[in-house]
Design a protein around this ligand. Structure first.
Ligand code: PLP
Length: 375
């Protein structure tokens, strides 16, 4: 089996799981426990926090709040700080952000969705034109999960704050963290991440928080995570997250180059009679989105699955015609016919050259066979 749906989730890092097992077998104590073992566990949890923080942030300026997933990090950022006035995000956001903004619209806030460029990145000039002093919150994702387009969020945050320095700037970093070499600048207030996209476990996430940014708690209870996210911390899952993160950052630049070669190989070798490339050249190396010509992506996805290749589709996979095409893909200006054929091929640092060559062969053969059958 060749697994190329790593933007959906990655295989847990075995070394990280082995190292973390001690938090299941021996150090299972509650980090809020007032006895010595509890206190020791809290100290270790804070060391994990510090190690993850330092990969992309200046520890004197940022905190890290552990959450249960990327969705919770996004929702915490949005519902804790977007409470009044005008709030802006892009039409290309993951539903963890987009649907949260739709909910706030129902609750009466003035919500604006900024438009995209053809590749799925946010159009910065059009975004800046929307900012005025009524805007309280802006959320722009780092890497688009459907096209791989990278937004230069440091520049965007700086420019947005030049226009209105009171607003809170959040970025969904779920597809950027551990993959795109980058450091958080001072103008970014909140940055969401998720462990299972980089070899950690499902059910663990994080929210980087600028110390200057005041946040209200979203989950209220026992006051864990400095009162900002109540609930006993998942020490085992967080240890896996820490080890997986450190491993990713150790090789982040080499992996970026290696994976970019894989993406380029597919761009060059996928048969242009059957595929159009949607992702731009300067998009994240980890995501390649293509459209199968005159075919339904979902049908081709099942066909290649039968041949041992797992990839993702871009469509919402819904029989409801309103949701049949991805809102993000349509917002890139792609027509409905091409939107129907969208496939997302996504890599991890574990992906090998041999797998890429084989995947390319399977995709070309299956697309040819399906097209011939339909003729
Ligand atoms: N944001 C983006 C850009 C994503 O790609 C995803 C997951 O695919 C999420 C948020 C949600 O993350 P999680 O699955 O950890 O809730």
């Amino acid at each position: 089996m060749i697994y190329l749906d790593n933007a959906a989730t990655t295989k847990p890092n075995k070394n990280a799981v082995d190292i973390a097992k001690i938090y299941l077998d021996e150090k299972y104590f509650n980090p809020s426990g007032m006895y010595r073992n509890g206190f020791e566990t809290l100290k270790e949890l804070n060391a994990m926090r510090s190690n993850i923080l330092k990969t992309i942030a200046d520890e004197s300026k940022f905190d890290l709040i552990f959450t249960s997933c990327g969705t919770e990090s996004d929702n915490t950022a949005i519902f804790s700080s977007a409470k009044r006035g005008t709030i802006i995000t892009s039409i290309g956001e993951h539903s963890a952000v987009y649907n949260a903004f739709c909910e706030l619209k129902l609750r009466g806030l003035n919500v604006i969705f900024a438009p995209l460029n053809e590749d799925g990145s946010v159009n910065p000039e059009k975004l800046y034109a929307l900012i005025d002093n009524t805007v309280t919150f802006v959320s722009i994702m780092h890497v688009n999960n459907e096209t791989g387009a990278i937004n230069d969020i440091n520049t965007i945050a700086k420019n947005v704050k030049k226009i209105n320095n009171k607003l809170i700037f959040h970025s969904d970093g779920v597809q950027g963290f551990g993959k795109i070499p980058f450091k958080l600048c001072d103008e970014i207030d909140l940055y969401s991440v998720s462990a299972h996209k980089i070899g950690g476990l499902k059910g663990v996430g994080g929210l980087f928080k600028n110390k200057k940014c005041k946040l209200n708690a979203y989950l209220i209870g026992g006051g864990q995570e400095k009162g900002l996210r109540s609930g006993t911390e998942n020490t085992f899952g967080i240890k896996v997250f820490e080890v997986a993160t450190l491993q990713k950052y150790k090789n982040i630049k080499q992996d970026y180059i290696k994976i970019n070669e894989f993406k380029k190989y597919l761009v060059d070798n996928l048969d242009k009679n059957y595929f159009d490339v949607i992702s731009s050249e300067n998009s994240s190396p980890y995501i390649l989105t293509v459209s199968a010509k005159n075919l339904k992506g979902e049908v081709l996805m099942h066909f290649v699955d039968d041949c041992g290749l797992i990839i993702g589709t871009g469509s919402a996979c819904s029989s409801n015609s309103k949701n049949r095409y991805s809102r993000v893909i349509l917002a890139c200006g792609i027509d409905e016919k091409s939107a129907d054929g969208i496939l997302r091929i996504s890599f991890s640092s574990e992906t090998t050259q041999k797998e890429i060559q084989k995947a390319c062969e399977i995709l070309n053969n299956c697309a040819k066979e399906l097209t011939e059958r339909m003729a």
